[in-house]
Design a protein around this ligand. Structure first.
Ligand code: G3P
Ligand code: MG
Length: 249
């Protein structure tokens, strides 16, 4: 199956707009929109009873205050946790959102998404399958097709098998010479990588091979401009307002 060309914005808000609001909450998605982002990136994993939630860490401790793994905690309990107070008092009462609620929010806010599949250990395939099933049933028709990414090639392979229609990007902190073989193995159309470790030569190689190139997490205006000058298509940032202004978008 050949995918339609992946259309990405120049700037994507990281975990919403993580500089300004508690990461991966609905408040953070809305903050990204208010600061000019048209797309957001966020992390998706399974609760202990199989509900997809938006959360970066395996543990609930840092962002939701409970010293327990998400994979060992049912959604009914996760959904009561305060996911905002750690950031600032005014965000107290923000919740860990389900993926379903996040999609509804994106539809309301008119936000596209890079959905990062961030599986709990050994849940790569089931997390990917649940993610694409949710997209098939809930993704608003008026939004652009979302981009799936994951550090786990096994998750992307499962996504390819279950729902080849969703474009995929390999997600690699520091690219090695095997990047292209890894991209081809999961039918990726994009490469997402750590912008602080990306060389000009590697960026040139990726662009010459026809891939979309995105970098995370770039909050410095000069660094964002330098990366675009070497061929980067899309900058994922905690501060979308700052990087949009820096790039003149
Ligand atoms: O998807 C880009 C970026 O979010 C990957 O790293 O650890 O912030 O999820 P991390
Ligand atoms: Mg992420």
């Amino acid at each position: 199956m050949s995918l339609p060309p992946l259309k990405l914005p120049r700037v994507i808000g990281h975990r919403g707009a993580a500089t300004y609001a508690p990461e991966n909450t609905l408040a953070s998605m809305r903050e990204a929109r208010a600061r000019g982002a048209t797309w957001v990136e966020f992390d998706v994993k399974l609760s202990g009873d199989g509900v997809l939630i938006v959360m970066h860490d395996d543990s609930l401790k840092r962002t939701a205050g409970l010293d327990r793994l998400a994979s060992a905690t049912p959604w009914t309990e996760i959904s009561t946790l305060d996911a905002g107070a750690w950031k600032a008092a005014r965000f107290a009462g923000e919740r860990v959102p389900s993926f379903a609620a996040t999609i509804t929010c994106l539809g309301d806010e008119d936000l596209g998404a890079n959905v990062e599949i961030k599986p709990n250990p050994s849940q790569e395939a089931e997390t990917a399958r649940a993610t694409v099933e949710m997209l098939r049933t809930h993704w608003p028709a008026h939004l652009p097709t979302p981009l799936l990414s994951s550090f786990k090639d096994a998750a992307l392979a499962a996504a390819l098998q279950a729902a080849p229609e969703y474009p995929r990007a390999i997600l690699i902190d520091e690219l090695e010479d095997d990047w292209r073989a890894r991209a081809e193995a999961v039918g990726a159309v994009g490469v997402n990588t750590n912008g602080k470790k990306l060389s000009r030569a590697r960026a040139t190689e990726i662009k010459a091979a026809g891939y979309k190139l995105s970098v995370y997490t770039i909050n410095d205006p000069a660094q964002a401009r330098d990366l675009v000058s070497i061929g980067v298509d899309c900058v994922i940032t905690d501060s979308p307002d700052v990087i949009l202004a820096a790039l003149g978008v």
